[in-house]
Design a protein around this ligand. Structure first.
Ligand code: DLL
Length: 440
């Protein structure tokens, strides 16, 4: 499939709406939202009082900077249901995302919220070519995580046949993929890699499969990984973004042009800020993504700080959709490691490894301290082909990885090569970092 392949647009009226009309729609929805949260959520009412803003002060999207931010800690402080804007009797679904520490972040949906989410997931999956002829294997986890049920409802809304596999059980996934003629696989890119390698290792030719597309998200992945997945699985691989607090998957989605993810702006207003000062940045500059939800009933959020780093691009897209695009994520502000004073994102390491033949995309960064100095070791798996090479060739490869890592990261890393299959595999979001530094 080429990048310019056109798939039917799910809701052309909205997805291709002229930007001035889209802005009018946002402004109307924003005014209604502010009234709603002011009336129904004491937390927002108090915050607005504290900053001296009244609902009447927010007339349009341009007024958003007058409003205070919301952060994950606000959800934690009001755990579990304190920020819900409707009585619990109207909440029909609860999801949660596990934090690194303590209590999870809890989100609640009304029946209308679930309907809106299904619609936006239908919109998103259509952009990856899913139709009512498709057979969609959902290998995102089902449960409190939003990936499984989000993809499930979206694919059903389109009328596709859904296989609700959840993550894991790789051999069985591959068997059903063959037997049922799966056309679209929805899972994390790291699990897609596991599936692709299993198909290869089981000696199954791609011609035995009917795979056409992948809907991959929930973690950062690079262009190099996209190429590998497209080759390994014989598909077009599209990026999908979202977070449970804002809705779940389907906040934004790549179109076949694979040039950024369209944020569904009729429901979410994005801003990009300088993460340190909180000041809005113009289009084209990298910063932290912040969302205001326009239509959510259960858990509306004002200026929610995602901690995700990206760049917004408002230029028209070849696909005809007018909604602003966000660039593939670099990572999260809280994923950023500071090693000997140098800022490092795991996605940079993924980028380096993806560009070198002989190494698999599986890696683990181990950060430690030795003599009061940070150390970085990168464990990298060799490919099977490379394993049959001479020690000399393997040593050369090690030097090449080390050289590329130092020049991209600006930091020396110890490269530890290991045999194929030796690093842990993930069924959901990959764990790329083991930080063993002692914290004060
Ligand atoms: O990961 C929702 C989701 C499910 C998105 C399935 C896409 C597909 P959370 O568990 O709340 O929700 O994690 C949200 O994951 O803030 C990003 O840091 C990261 N993330 C999500 N999608 C992408 C992506 C789901 N396409 C957090 N690229 C977000 C990079 C992503 N990071």
């Amino acid at each position: 499939m080429t990048k310019q392949t056109r798939h039917a647009i799910w809701d052309k009226t909205v997805e291709c709406m002229p930007r001035d009309q889209l802005r009018d729609l946002q402004n109307r929805r924003l005014r209604a939202l502010i009234k709603r949260v002011y009336a129904n959520v004491p937390f927002y009412r108090d915050k607005m009082h504290a900053t001296g803003v009244t609902p009447g002060d927010v007339k349009s999207v341009e007024d958003l900077p007058k409003l205070p931010f919301t952060d994950k800690t606000d959800l934690r402080d009001n755990y579990p249901f304190g920020l819900f804007a409707v009585p619990q009797s109207q909440i029909v679904r609860i999801h949660a995302s596990s934090g690194t520490t303590g209590k999870p972040t809890v989100v609640g949906y009304t029946a209308n919220d679930i309907d809106m989410w299904s619609e936006l997931m239908a919109r998103s999956m259509s952009a990856a070519g899913v139709t009512n002829q498709s057979i969609v294997q959902v290998a995102y986890g089902y449960g409190l995580f939003t990936g499984g049920l989000g993809a499930h409802y979206g694919a059903e809304r389109i009328g596709a046949s859904v296989i609700p596999m959840s993550g894991g059980n790789t051999q069985r996934q591959v068997m059903l993929m063959q037997d049922f003629g799966t056309t679209t696989i929805a899972c994390t890119p790291s699990y897609a890699m596991v599936l692709g390698e299993a198909i290869r290792d089981m000696g199954i030719p791609l011609s035995n499969l009917k795979l056409q597309s992948g809907v991959f998200g929930a973690e950062p992945w690079t262009e190099g990984t996209r190429k590998r997945l497209e080759t390994l699985l014989g598909i077009s691989a599209q990026d999908i973004y979202g977070l449970s607090e804002i809705m779940g998957p389907g906040v934004s989605m790549e179109c076949p042009w694979q040039a950024g993810m369209h944020i569904w702006e009729d429901h979410f207003v994005p801003e990009v800020l300088d993460p340190d000062t909180g000041k809005p940045l113009p289009f084209g500059q990298q910063g932290e993504l912040v969302f205001t939800t326009l239509t959510k009933e259960g858990l509306p959020l004002l200026r929610y700080r995602t901690h995700d780093l990206t760049v917004l691009d408002p230029m028209p897209c070849g696909c005809g959709r007018t909604h602003v695009r966000m660039r593939k994520l670099v990572g999260r502000t809280d994923d950023m490691l500071i090693i000997r004073g140098v800022n490092v994102f795991p996605s940079q390491v993924e980028g380096v490894l993806g560009s070198l033949p002989g190494v698999s995309p599986h890696f683990l960064m181990v950060v430690n301290t030795k003599n009061n100095m940070d150390t970085l070791e990168i464990r990298v798996e060799l490919t099977r082909e490379m394993m049959s090479d001479t020690v000399r060739e393997i040593e050369d490869l090690q030097k090449r990885i080390s050289g590329s890592v130092s020049s991209v990261l600006g930091l020396h890393a110890e490269i530890r090569l290991s045999p194929p299959g030796s690093l842990p595999r993930s069924e959901g979001k990959a764990k790329r970092v083991l930080d063993e530094r002692k914290r004060e």
